[in-house]
Design a protein around this ligand. Sequence first.
Ligand SMILES: [Zn+2]
Length: 149
Amino acid sequence: MLCPFCNNSETKVVDSRDTNDGKITRRRRECLRCNARFSTYEEVEILRLTVLKKDGRKEDYDKTKIEKGIKRALEKRPISSERVSKVIGDIEYDIQAAEKPEITTREIGKIVLKKLRELDEIAYVRFASVYKSFGSIESFKKELDTFDK
Ligand SMILES: [Zn+2]
């Protein structure tokens, strides 16, 4: 994705939303060199993504499952719905960026955790405790300790 102003290839996504029944994603991008902002309209290529589960079963990628998990983690947290939508968009973007036909639940979990951690620590811990199903109090504490850096 080249910046239309200076042709730099490094841009970041600042906003992302579906249009046209979710088949096209509109992204707001910012050029990392000249800071110009522009929109792109990208076809969603994620439709055929397969998720490989821990027990070896496969299922079609389902965005709504991720949305549900994130919304549950963010319940009653002081985070605006715009920011929630943005973080979901960012997560989707990272999942697509892998450009693979298959992704494991572990990989998805890692992406979600990374983004939630940037957004809200409480939501991060909530999601982590469900997702990682910590084997012991010790391993959960260890995870919490990684905040202190
Ligand atoms: Zn530029």
